[in-house]
Structures are given as C-alpha cells and as structure tokens.
Design a protein around this ligand. Structure first.
Ligand code: MG
Length: 381
C-alpha cells in the first residue's frame, strides 16, 4: 500500500497500566513507587492483514510536571481524541497534531494517540520509525538521571554505579538546600565527568546567587531552574550565567521554543514528545533549534519500552547532539512490557530497534497482567 494513501484507524484500545518501579524515584515533588500510565493501541488494515500501532502517555502521579494525570489522559483520550481520530482519515502523521489543536493542552494524551499513528504509518510503509522520521544514527547516547538521595554517601554510590554502566552524562536532581554542596561532593569524588543538574523549576529569579554558585562547577547545563511560565526570568538568569540553561517544562509548544530562543531564555532545549503533544511538534522544535544553532537532547518521563522506543527513534535525528535521558526501562522498572528489551551498550549508547515501526512488540501476557482498566473504541456508523 502506498504511503500516500490515507490511513483509516479502525479500532483504538486505551489501557491504564500499572508497573512496579525498582526503587522510588524522588524529585522535588515527592517519591514515586508505582508507575501508572496510559498505553494506546491503534489498529488499521494493511495489505497483509491488520496492523497495530502503539503509543504512550507518560503521565506522572501528580499534575506537577504538567497539568496531566492518568485520570485526565483517560478522559481526554476516551472522550475527545479517539473519537476524533476514528472519524478522520489521516493523510500524513505530521498533521495529526493539527487535528488535535482544536483541544487545548493535554499534550501527553495527544502524544499517546499521535505516537500510535506514527507507529502504524511506519509499519504500513515497511519502515522503522527512525527511517520514517529521517533519523540517521543506529545508536543514541544515553545520560543517567540521579534523583534526590537520602544522603551524600547514597548519592555518590548511585553516581558511581551509573558511571560504571557507561552512561555518557550524569544529571543530578537538585532543589533549594540540596544543590551546590551536592554538586561539589560529586565533583570532589569523580572529577571532571560530564555533569548536569535539573531543578524542575524549584528556584526563583531571586535565587540567582545559588545558581551562580552552581555556575562555578563547569556543568554541561542547568535544566529548568525557574517555574515553567517564567520566560523573562530565565532570560535574566541566563544573561548572568556561563552555564547554558536548558529548558524543559517551559517548552510545551513549538511557539514556546520560538519565544525562548528569541528572548535568550536558554541555550539548549530538552525535547519530550509527551510534553509537546507528539512527534510532529517534537520535529518542529528540533528544526527550530537546528536553524538557531541550539543543541537539543531527548528527555524522559519514566516511560515503558513503548514510549522509550519512540524517543530513541526521535533521538536519531541530526540535531540531537547531546546525550538523552534514554536509559532502558529495565533500569527503573522491575519488568518492562516490550520485547526485545531496550538495552544499553558498554559505551553508554542505546542501539536503535531496526524492525518496522517502533521495532519492539508489546507482550500480551504482560499487558493483561498490568492492565487496571481498558476502553475499546471501534470506528463505524
Ligand atoms: Mg527536566
């Protein structure tokens, strides 16, 4: 079947799944022990039978990273996005987010269904998602994230373990009171390793002296120091710092990326399809940053192998010049839901799955065991 032919989605199943974390992941917002999120399975007819595409809404337990939760994604997908897709022939996966633009916000819900359409489109065309997106790398560099730990000794053990695994960069979560001293301890113990911090918006412009203290440690970046909506504050702080500011939560749309680059609110952007509403908007931010000479890297939201396979394919594009938060899900989930599992090679790279679409398959036995609830939608009169 030609890739030019419209794609008609015939069935969509929305799953709420619950996976077990290896260890509680602690950020400025609290600890997370179970990973509840939404998976979307979209089906369409191909020339050789039915094709299945998968997407993921990497919603977190609280509406703290963005406004979404499992309950909101469930509502928005089942009541708005899925019905819209079932009555809309898709001419190009790049345009799905334009159909969704009639609904405000809810980027992770949109990304889940949009991602399933991309996976389906690639499979129908007999391409890997990497090939469909135009990516070139066959493996992508991965950085590690170390959450806030009980004490410095625990933190240093974590960093040592991540370095031993080969990760290409270590990112420490910081918040007021656990910042410069933490970075100093890591620098003292491990020297000139590639090191970054992520504050998830925990500081204010008035905290500039704290950020200037962090500026002395030769960090690769200070990620999201200020609240998500403070574009001007980030520009003021960036002007006082040598270390590049990387924007994460701030960039919820390609328009935000354009404004941030114009204002000098940061010099690097963390791209997450879940935060941006899918791969289409993620490609737009990638292209904007590339034109502006700003590096990008792919962030993570503790995805299963479904979401992470989408991210790995995206990170093969040429603008993704920095290591991404692309650790294989087996590093933080007791057991992932896909096969073959994503892995980390000895040099800290994740090999890109080469099969059709996202290149990994959802295990039905795992899906059955992990499903909390499901909603089946069929196209038709
Ligand atoms: Mg971040």
């Amino acid at each position: 079947m030609s890739t030019q032919e419209p794609l008609q989605i015939e069935q969509v199943v929305v799953y709420h799944v619950r996976l077990e974390m290896r260890a509680p992941f602690v950020t400025a917002w609290g600890a997370q022990r179970e990973r509840d999120l939404i998976l979307v399975e979209a089906a369409a007819s191909g020339s050789d039978g039915q094709l299945i595409g998968w997407g993921e809404a990497p919603v977190l337990a609280q509406p703290a990273y963005n406004e979404e939760t499992v309950a909101t994604a469930w509502h928005i997908l089942n009541d708005f996005l899925v019905p819209l897709v079932l009555r809309t022939p898709i001419m190009d996966p790049r345009t799905v987010h334009e159909h969704f633009a009639v609904f405000h916000g809810h980027s992770m819900a949109k990304a889940a269904l949009e991602g399933a359409v991309w996976d389906l489109w690639a499979k129908r065309a007999g391409l890997s998602l990497r090939e469909l997106l135009g990516g070139t790398s066959l493996r992508v560099p991965a950085g590690a994230v170390v959450g806030i730990q009980e004490d410095t000794a625990a933190l240093l053990r974590q960093v040592e373990a991540k370095l031993a695994r080969g990760y290409r960069r270590i990112k420490l979560k910081v918040h007021p009171g656990r910042d410069a001293a933490v970075v100093k301890a890591v620098r003292d113990a491990f020297g000139d390793i590639p090191l970054a911090v992520d504050a998830n918006g925990a500081y204010r412009v008035e905290d500039l002296p704290v950020l200037q203290a962090l500026d002395r440690f030769g960090l690769e970046m200070i990620e999201q120091p200020l609240p998500w909506d403070d574009l001007l504050g980030h520009a003021r702080v960036q002007a006082e710092l040598t270390t590049p500011i990387c924007l994460d939560e701030t960039v919820a749309t390609p328009g935000h990326a354009r404004q941030a680059l114009a204002l000098g609110s940061g010099r690097v952007i963390n791209i997450k399809p879940g935060r941006l509403g899918g791969l289409g908007p993620a490609l737009a931010v990638h292209d904007l940053c590339r034109a502006a000479g700003a590096p990008v890297w792919c962030g993570g939201l503790l995805e299963t192998g479904v979401g992470r396979a989408h991210n790995v394919a995206l990170a093969t594009l040429p603008g993704f010049t920095w290591p991404g938060d692309l650790a294989p899900p087996g590093e933080y989930l007791v057991e992932d839901i896909v096969e073959p599992p994503l892995v980390l090679d000895r040099e800290g790279y994740v090999p890109v799955p080469q099969g059709p679409g996202i290149g990994v398959t959802v295990r039905r036995d795992r899906l059955e065991a992990l499903t909390v609830r499901r909603h089946v939608h069929r196209a038709g009169p």
